[in-house]
Design a protein around this ligand. Structure first.
Ligand SMILES: C[S@@+](CC[C@H](N)C(=O)[O-])C[C@H]1O[C@@H](n2cnc3c(N)ncnc32)[C@H](O)[C@@H]1O
Length: 286
């Protein structure tokens, strides 16, 4: 692509028909609502795909994305979803959740034999680049030891974030929110000082199983029922009915007495679900 074409991309706008097509596809496929206020954001994110594919108009790009069932179109639909999803996350994000887990739930579960004779299963259902499931793994490893009987399942719709999560390499800045003692125990520093990177140690990585799962799927084929589910900062992007449907499906995958954690600005208020509030944004499966 020459400089003139590149310049053209920056001035392009999605037509209202093109944006409508995107809104509809993303809502049906991922559950994510894209109001008109998100149009600039979508243009910016798709521009990167146009550049990567050496395509000069949004129209041409959408013809590739929606252009049939060829492997290339199929592949681009994944990249399209990767580009649209918002993946912001952090280690120990919303730390009160990890305090509650540590101080209230784990002692209870331990008394019932979890972490020892019984496997304690936790699911991070929109895990993004892995900070949430690795935080859970650190908290559980601190409580039960690395040889404790627990497993973290972690899934996301975006293949790009899952690749990063499996690699488990982060900038040192990203790791700033991890307490110093835990950093020392569970992270490896890059040998190259200039790189300023850390990697989660293999012993902790082994505690987490990653896979792609779309919360819009009619059923979730999880290997076990979960004791704890983290579904944080994702249903906020969905409409009320979709939120209800998804939380209902999640409930069917939680053991009775198990717990669901939502993001701080998410709620199940007004939804007829088998849940009772245990603490703000934390719910017990009835
Ligand atoms: C803002 S991040 C939240 C990450 C983490 N749970 C946290 O709270 O830090 C939202 C994640 O939800 C994922 N997501 C969006 N729609 C999804 C869907 N339909 N199924 C599964 N994951 C989805 C996105 O790819 C993104 O990684």
């Amino acid at each position: 692509m020459d400089a003139e074409n590149l310049n053209d991309i920056y001035h392009q706008k999605l037509t209202s028909d093109e944006f409508g097509l995107i809104q509809n596809y993303i809502q049906v496929k991922c559950g994510i609502r894209l109001p008109l206020t998100k149009k600039n954001m979508v243009e910016g994110r798709l521009r990167r795909r146009l550049k990567a594919l050496n395509i000069s108009t949004y129209g041409e790009y959408l013809a590739v994305v929606f252009g049939g069932d060829s492997p290339a179109a199929e592949q681009e639909r994944f990249s399209f979803i990767d580009a649209i999803t918002t993946n912001k996350t952090d280690f120990f994000r919303e730390p009160n959740h990890f305090d509650y887990l540590n101080n209230r739930l784990l002692p209870n579960l331990q008394q019932q034999g979890y972490g020892k004779e019984q496997t304690l299963n936790i699911w991070s259902s929109a895990c993004s680049t892995g900070e949430e499931p690795y935080t859970l793994a650190m908290v559980l490893a601190e409580y039960f030891g690395l040889s404790g009987n627990f497993r973290i399942y972690a899934s996301d719709i975006s293949t790009a974030v899952l690749e990063k999560a499996v690699r488990a390499v982060y900038s040192e800045d990203k790791a700033d929110s991890i307490p110093y003692e835990l950093k020392k125990k569970y992270l490896l520093k890059s040998k190259n000082q200039d790189a300023a990177l850390v990697r989660v140690k293999p012993e902790l990585r082994q505690k987490v199983t990653f896979g792609r799962l779309n919360l819009m799927d009619s059923e979730y084929s999880l290997p076990v029922k979960m004791n704890v589910v983290f579904c944080r900062n994702v249903i906020i992007y969905f409409d009320h009915q979709t939120q209800f449907d998804i939380i209902g499906k999640i409930c069917r995958n939680i053991v009775r007495g198990g717990h669901l954690f939502l993001g701080h600005s998410e709620s199940v208020h007004g939804m007829d679900l088998p849940l009772r509030t245990a603490a703000p944004t934390i719910f017990e499966r009835l």
